[in-house]
Design a protein around this ligand. Sequence first.
Ligand SMILES: Nc1ncnc2c1ncn2[C@@H]1O[C@H](COP(=O)(O)OP(=O)(O)OP(=O)(O)O)[C@@H](O)[C@H]1O
Ligand SMILES: [Mg+2]
Length: 248
Amino acid sequence: MKKQESIIVMNKICKSFPLAVGGIQQVLFDITFTIKSGEFVSIMGPSGSGKSTCMNIIGALDSATSGTYELYNKDITTMSADDLATVRNEHIGFVFQNFNLLPKRTILDNVMLPLMYRGWVMHDRIERAREMLKLVNLENFETYFPTQLSGGMKQRVAIARALAGNPKLILADEPTGSLDSKMGNEILKFFEKLNHDMGITIVMITHEFEIARFSKRVIHIYDGHITYDGPVPKNESTLLESEKKHKK
Ligand SMILES: Nc1ncnc2c1ncn2[C@@H]1O[C@H](COP(=O)(O)OP(=O)(O)OP(=O)(O)O)[C@@H](O)[C@H]1O
Ligand SMILES: [Mg+2]
């Protein structure tokens, strides 16, 4: 079997933010984990535990206060802003809770846009965007505007946009957080397919265990600390117990 490459290697990552009232607030403490190519991982934890902060560092959208981070064998901690943008563009597709679509642009335009930043010519952009819309079963909606679509459809457009640049890694922060459970399940099944059929690595934040069940591994964060990292347990109680151990 092919040895899976480590694509995300975090070592003792700490993150602090300055407080408005002075001083600092430490949000992440010695976060250490490795994610290999082809994994489907959930980052779980209660509100305010540091999940999005961690995801922003994984996605090279924010930098750590200390510790080291390698993404696709490149040391992210010492990279310039321009180089970070290149790494993001080359490797990562982002999916957000609120879709982040441009409301005044058509669905096709929304999917094409990131390709413009990559310097693709118009003809190739249109062709690729159509291909991606077909992949998410929205090929008949290319002239629609985001407001004319349901939440689940909007998220599928956002996924088509994230996939347009052919990323090997999808980072999704609460991708089903704005959807009802039926539409949410549809998106999660699609993620399963991307992971299983196309080998795309997926890291997804959620605070719901039922959603984490679609993935294969859970990293549980509580109060800025990893309290569990392993296969999805049978019951959520295992994760809640891990929080208790940390509190002691
Ligand atoms: N840019 C920032 N400046 C200052 N504090 C921040 C910033 N971003 C996050 N924090 C603080 O860091 C802590 C963790 O926030 P984070 O957004 O990572 O939590 P989360 O686990 O994603 O929560 P949720 O489930 O509500 O999205 C919070 O106390 C938050 O106030
Ligand atoms: Mg968050």
